[in-house]
Design a protein. Structure first.
Length: 466
């Protein structure tokens, strides 16, 4: 084995080679609650390697944490912002006054001090940090920073998951997630946008939005507004999807939505898929179609409405791919209820489908329901669903032959590459096998998009040439 001289492997950084840390000035006004907010922001700044400046002119940027309680406090805060603008020029405002509106409904601070870079309300560490990252990015220091800016990822470099919330407010009778993870807790929108931006900057071409219930995003915080790029954005699925779609467009990437429950506001998401950056794909775990079974499952949606919505969405965007999961043999499921599910599937023509035989998870309340279905019947019903789905999938994929679809390459193979179209999520859906191009100058590369003409299909996958 050839050995490397030790000096090359362990070469220390040249003295003074590291970029000096950016400095942030901090003005903290207001009550003890505001003080705690200031401490949290300062802690986060320190944790990320920013330094604090003791004077205005030694700072690269100033944060003013304001108070808006009484008139005198408002004036003091406005004066402090004015002073920071005059002395330094780069100012981010946070705190109670940031949430205050003028009598005409406009943002008070922006009106009086239009030059401030960003304004947030109180308890907004994530939003303040997102603004700091935008206006005073800290250069990544490979010798000091333990974690790359996009965080540690277990997925390939070109796709990543974005978890937007934790927990769930539903109590489906077959599920124990709420008892393990608690009620819904949505992550701040500014924090999500920052994470998404870091991922795109690091080369991610497909962002997969996940949660237990993506449609419920923001319910726990009453859809409060956060700030992204200096403008308010609601903690709401529609606004999050719109903002992620715009970001994905800048980076030539895709956003894919998983675990979407078919609430009425999902109608607003379909138009956001028009330019293809939010891919026309919805993963909607429906679990069953019969109203009585859904009731016993304590599911938040009814089967009939699901069908109505699917048909309407397909009218709005004929390219829409729908993925779903179903449970066969749920306790009490009669043969008639099961056949109702089969009829639903024939009509709904779900593109991608997973079906599980009911499994009595320990602790699930459904285990106590009357008339459990014997295991062999559960398995037999699962088999019937999959057989039907195979035929549906075959027909739907056959309709793509002759069309050109955009494909993101996941891996190279001796005969070309394996990739996925907008209709295929990684790991769970089918793939597109892309033939090696004849022309030597045309090369397929992992993490790149190609237009692929589809030449063949089976019940799961497609084949084509770029
Ligand atoms: S199945 Fe999904 S929606 Fe129902 S309780 Fe579990 S996590 Fe929540």
């Amino acid at each position: 084995m050839q050995s490397q001289p030790l000096s090359r492997l362990n070469k220390p950084a040249e003295p003074g080679a590291a970029t000096p840390a950016p400095k942030v000035g901090f003005v903290s006004l207001g009550c003890p609650k505001a003080l705690v907010d200031s401490e949290q922001i300062l802690t986060q700044l320190r944790a990320e390697g920013y330094e604090t400046a003791k004077s205005y002119d030694g700072a690269d940027l100033v944060i003013v944490n304001t108070c808006g309680f009484i008139d005198a406090a408002v004036q003091e805060s406005l004066d402090a912002i004015g002073e920071a603008l005059a002395e330094n020029g780069k100012v981010i405002v946070t705190g109670c006054l940031g949430a205050k509106k003028d009598t005409d409904g406009s943002d008070l601070i922006q009106k009086i001090h239009p030059k401030v870079l960003a304004v947030t309300g109180p308890h907004a560490v994530g939003e303040v940090m997102a603004s700091v990252h935008t206006h005073l990015p800290k250069p990544h220091e490979p010798f000091i920073d333990l974690v790359p800016p996009q965080g540690v990822k277990l997925t390939p470099k070109h796709y990543a998951y974005l978890k937007i919330s934790e927990g769930c407010n539903h109590r489906c009778s077959f599920c124990i997630i709420p008892s393990m993870r608690g009620d819904l807790v949505s992550r701040p929108i500014a924090e999500l946008m920052l994470e998404a931006e870091n991922l795109f900057k690091a080369g991610v071409k497909e962002l997969l939005v996940i949660s237990q219930d993506t449609s419920a995003y923001g319910i726990d915080v009453k859809f409060r507004s956060g700030f992204w790029n200096g403008r308010p954005v609601k903690t709401h699925m529609t606004q999050l999807t719109e903002a992620l779609g715009q970001l994905a467009k800048q980076y030539g990437a895709w956003v894919r939505l998983h675990y979407v429950y078919p609430y009425p506001h999902v109608d607003e998401i379909i138009p956001l898929m028009a330019d293809g950056h939010v891919v026309p794909y919805l993963d909607i775990p429906m679990q069953h179609a019969h109203p009585e079974v859904l009731k016993r499952m304590k599911r938040p949606a009814s089967g009939e409405k699901n069908l109505e919505r699917i048909l309407k969405w397909r009218q709005m965007n004929p390219d829409l791919t729908i993925r779903s999961t179903f449970i066969a043999g749920f306790p009490g499921e009669t043969e008639a209820e099961f056949e109702y599910l089969l009829d639903f599937l024939k009509e709904a023509q779900i593109d991608r489908l997973g079906c599980f035989a009911y499994s009595p998870v320990e602790g699930a309340t459904a285990n106590a329901l009357d008339n459990p279905v014997p295991e062999e019947v559960r398995e037999e019903r699962r088999g019937r669903v999959m057989l039907l789905q195979e035929e549906i999938s075959k027909q739907r994929l056959k309709a793509k032959v002759g069309k050109t679809v955009k494909v993101l390459i996941d891996e190279l193979t001796p005969s070309g590459a394996i990739g996925r179209s907008a209709a295929d999520a990684p790991e769970i859906d089918g793939v597109v096998h892309v033939k090696k191009p004849f022309e030597p100058h045309k090369k397929l590369a992992v993490g790149q998009f190609y237009d692929v003409e589809i030449t063949r299909a089976d019940a799961h996958d497609l084949w084509g040439e770029s």
